[in-house]
Design a protein around this ligand. Structure first.
Ligand SMILES: Nc1ncnc2c1ncn2[C@@H]1O[C@H](COP(=O)(O)OP(=O)(O)OP(=O)(O)O)[C@@H](O)[C@H]1O
Length: 246
């Protein structure tokens, strides 16, 4: 089933064209990697899917309600000194649905504990968010997005500033979640992503789409040094231009 269908989408901030004539279809069981250079328009595309920005040209057709789209934003490592527990962070996933005057119900709390369990963080429920590692903290933010039992989970650079072991753990978690949820990840971790993603969208104003199973014969997914340029070369998009040096 198609969850999202994007047709001829264009977007500009002031006079700067950021996305041009983008087409993309996302199925309910997809694990889609969105890659591309800094400033290429990846986050803007996610915001358009989320409905945070309105298309200026073209359409974003959604076959799901907005509250069934989970979102893990960039830079969740900011403000780690804030005195809040992992459980409280996850409970914030309920806030937009029902504004509560007298705190959270026991049902909210058990849902939040359930989400923490899904990401393997239930034993850290009462830990301060600032006392967790980057990878653990990211799991808590994923748990927060899971509170609304989403059908699709959008993650914007979920493994930025997390060590290699932590990155793999996050992707293993996403692979597990992908058994029942569509996963869309913006990331620069190409070599890690290759082991997990089913499809790749390269966004640099325009969008070029590739089915990843057509690549795995040409590329070793275990190559730690694989970079975006090599991946795109393997995909057949050899006209990519960059200043990359090994
Ligand atoms: N609110 C905004 N107002 C004006 N320009 C913006 C705004 N948000 C983003 N831009 C610009 O739009 C372009 C695309 O930004 P976007 O964040 O979508 O790229 P990105 O591919 O996610 O980049 P990165 O990999 O660095 O996160 C950039 O040139 C950016 O400076």
């Amino acid at each position: 089933m198609k969850l999202i269908e994007i047709e001829n989408l264009s977007y500009k901030y002031q006079k700067q064209n950021v996305l041009e004539n983008v087409n993309l279809s996302i199925d309910n069981d997809d694990f889609l990697a969105i890659i591309g250079p800094n400033g290429g328009g990846k986050s803007t595309l996610l915001k358009l899917v989320l409905g945070l920005l309105k298309p200026q040209n073209g359409k974003v057709n959604k076959n799901i309600k907005n509250d069934k789209i989970g979102y893990v934003p960039q830079n969740t490592n900011l403000n780690t000194d804030f005195p809040i527990t992992a459980l409280e962070v996850v409970l914030m996933g309920h806030v937009s649905k029902q504004k509560r005057i007298f705190g959270y119900s026991s049902h909210d709390k058990s849902c939040a504990m359930n989400s923490l369990k899904q990401v393997g963080m239930e034993e850290f429920a009462n830990s301060k968010i600032g006392d967790l590692s980057g990878g653990q903290r990211q799991r808590v933010f994923i748990a927060r997005a899971l509170c609304s039992t989403p059908q699709i989970l959008l993650l914007d650079e979920p493994t930025a500033s997390i060590d290699v072991k932590g990155q793999k753990e996050i992707y293993e978690l996403l692979k597990e979640l992908n058994k029942s949820i569509c996963i869309v990840v913006v990331s620069h971790d190409i070599s890690v992503l290759l082991n997990y993603a089913k499809n790749v969208a390269h966004v640099n104003k325009n969008l070029v789409y590739h089915k990843l199973d057509q690549v795995t014969n040409n590329v070793s997914a275990n190559d730690e040094h694989l970079c975006e340029v090599e991946l795109l070369a393997a995909l057949g998009k050899t006209q990519v231009c960059c200043n990359h040096e090994h």
